[in-house]
Design a protein around this ligand. Structure first.
Ligand code: B12
Ligand SMILES: *[C@@H]1O[C@H](CO)[C@@H](O)[C@H](O)[C@H]1NC(C)=O
Ligand SMILES: *[C@@H]1O[C@H](CO)[C@@H](O)[C@H](O)[C@H]1NC(C)=O
Ligand SMILES: *[C@@H]1O[C@H](CO)[C@@H](O)[C@H](O)[C@H]1NC(C)=O
Ligand SMILES: *[C@@H]1O[C@H](CO)[C@@H](O)[C@H](O)[C@H]1NC(C)=O
Ligand SMILES: *[C@@H]1O[C@H](CO)[C@@H](O)[C@H](O)[C@H]1NC(C)=O
Ligand SMILES: *[C@@H]1O[C@H](CO)[C@@H](O)[C@H](O)[C@H]1NC(C)=O
Length: 433
């Protein structure tokens, strides 16, 4: 908060006093910058069609010091349009991303935040999330990932929030960190970033209550970091490929809560670089978190009072025309089994061109029988999200959603990205998280 003037000095002291803090941060070396090319190109050349994605891309580029004027101006314009078109009827997390992106480093764009009172709007939205939790059995309007983004933006941009409430709501045993009993790495990692920001702002204040809050926030960070590390896979990924970017960021800012031997950052980095260059991680909202992580940067480096870095300033960015997908003249067809499970199960066989994705199967089933298989989607930055099937709507207040499965196992991709296979057993199931 007010102490932001002291940050540069504090930063220097940290560098000299606690060198071990820096060892765990691994950055892609200069000679290897070319390996970031596929990642950057996918990010930059995506059509940014949906929601806050332009904001996330802008934030990511600014954090790594890419200041291509044409590109940042275009992105900033898209963010403005988004804010105007939606008249700020945004979810808390989306508004937080706008604030972080526009305010990252000292830029003239920052005035946009103040002209539109974005921070006080975020305070209201955060309040509404809390109130919803009180009324609806502890369930926020959105989720804890977005509440964490909200706390982070309020903390970095001098917004008002109650540290006592945060210390209470963000306890690691809170059910909102879990989906179907499984710890959500993305959620825990974003919470670590938010709590770390709050922690840093508290080490100054120091009333008796602050001291209590500080202690409990430090405990929360410690247990969340432990849970994140326990989701580390053999190949170095943390959770899955889509959560690893934000998990790396969380581990960068919390290195005094684990031993150096507990995380091999280099291994995680190698796997991520390999997977992005093979095109295995080609979804822009995942890449926007990975890019800063590969440069040793985190969302906590968003500093409105310091100019943008120059890290990748010389990076050559080619704005490509997306290549048309070459479709074979006579596509081969595959057949899959599709079932819809509510209380009863409704099933059908669907024949579709090889290479189709899950949503193509759903559309074909819908065509067969609209009453049984009719569904609706909402566009999100990750692609189409299934909001209802047979008229039954997902509802955050009840923690209900439409779950995607294959062979009885939950998928880690959405209906717009998951490519289906011949003979596969696909299912969409009315579930609780
Ligand atoms: C919270 C959450 C959920 C909640 C959403 C409801 C709620 N209470 O908000 C629940 C538990 C229901 C859920 C469901 C699913 N999720 Co989810 N979810 C998240 C999480 C942790 C945060 C989303 C968020 O608010 N982001 C921030 C805001 C600002 O961005 P947003 O785009 O506006 O957010 C909306 C969308 O993200 C949407 N959403 C949530 N999950 C998914 C998944 C897909 C594929 C799509 C298109 C949209 C979507 O819900 C958000 C609120 O409206 C993300 C992690 C992340 N990094 O985002 C994973 C994440 C997006 N989910 C993921 C997956 C795989 C799913 C499921 C497909 C799982 C399954 N097997 O069924 C389903 C979606 C099925 C469907 N109906 O289409 C993956 C997507 C990976 C990918 N390659 O696309 C992520 C990245 C987690 C991960 N690391 O694997 N999810
Ligand atoms: C920016 O865009 C203008 C016109 O669209 C173009 O002439 C110029 O070369 C571009 N500059 C860079 C650095 O790409
Ligand atoms: C905000 O948007 C939601 C759906 O996105 C809509 O249901 C609601 O009526 C909107 N509220 C206002 C005040 O426009
Ligand atoms: C960028 O390029 C200029 C000129 O080619 C060079 O002087 C400068 O050192 C480079 N900066 C970085 C960060 O590589
Ligand atoms: C499923 O069955 C239960 C118990 O019979 C019922 O309460 C519930 O409403 C049903 N759910 C749906 C979505 O039909
Ligand atoms: C579908 O296409 C993939 C490659 O795109 C191929 O390996 C597979 O054999 C094809 N399957 C059928 C049934 O044609
Ligand atoms: C759709 O399925 C329902 C229930 O099985 C059936 O009554 C109806 O006739 C079907 N409609 C079509 C167009 O096949």
């Amino acid at each position: 908060m007010q102490q932001s003037h002291h940050l540069p000095l504090e930063g220097l002291l940290l560098v000299f006093l606690i060198p071990s803090q820096l060892c765990t941060i691994c950055e892609v070396s200069k000679e290897n910058h070319f390996r970031l090319n596929p990642l950057l190109n996918t990010m930059i050349n995506s059509k940014y069609t949906s929601g806050s994605l332009p904001a996330s891309v802008l934030l990511s580029l600014r954090l790594v010091g890419i200041q291509n004027q044409n590109l940042t101006q275009k992105l900033f314009q898209q963010v403005r349009d988004y804010v105007e078109k939606t008249r700020l009827n945004l979810t808390s997390g989306n508004l937080a991303l706008v604030i972080l992106a526009v305010g990252a480093c000292y830029t003239p764009d920052e005035i946009f935040i103040y002209e539109n009172h974005l921070v006080s709007h975020l305070e209201d939205k955060f309040q509404a999330e809390m109130e919803n939790m009180v009324v609806h059995d502890g369930n926020p309007l959105t989720n804890y990932y977005q509440l964490s983004l909200g706390v982070l933006a309020l903390c970095l941009f001098n917004g008002k929030y109650s540290t006592t409430s945060i210390a209470e709501f963000f306890a690691p045993e809170n059910k909102n960190y879990y989906f179907g009993g499984q710890f959500s790495v993305d959620t825990g990692a974003m919470a670590v970033l938010a709590l770390t920001c709050v922690k840093r702002s508290l080490t100054k204040g120091q009333t008796k209550a602050d001291e209590e809050n500080l202690k409990s926030i430090e405990n929360h960070i410690q247990s969340l970091v432990k849970k994140i590390l326990s989701e580390k896979k053999e190949n170095g990924l943390i959770g899955n490929a889509f959560s690893t970017g934000v998990a790396m960021q969380a581990l960068f800012v919390s290195s005094n809560y684990y031993k150096e031997s507990e995380w091999n950052c280099q291994k995680t980095q190698d796997t991520i670089l390999k997977e992005t260059s093979q095109g295995a991680i080609n979804i822009p909202p995942a890449l926007v978190q990975i890019l800063p992580a590969l440069q040793g940067k985190t969302y906590l480096d968003v500093n409105k009072d310091v100019p943008c870095g120059h890290g990748l300033d010389n990076f050559s960015i080619s704005i490509q025309v997306p290549q048309p997908v070459t479709t074979p003249h006579s596509p081969s067809y595959i057949s899959v089994h599709y079932s819809l499970k509510i209380n009863e199960t409704y099933s059908t066989y669907i024949t579709i061109p090889n290479g189709s994705v899950f949503i193509d199967v759903m559309k074909a089933a819908q065509k067969k029988n609209e009453t049984l298989f009719g569904f609706t989607v909402k566009q999100s930055s990750w692609g189409p999200y299934i909001t209802s099937v047979q008229g039954i709507k997902a509802n955050n207040n009840d923690r209900t959603y439409w779950e995607l499965l294959s062979g009885g196992k939950p998928l880690s991709q959405g209906v717009g990205n998951y490519v289906v296979h011949n003979g596969e057993n696909l299912e969409i199931r009315w579930s609780k998280y």
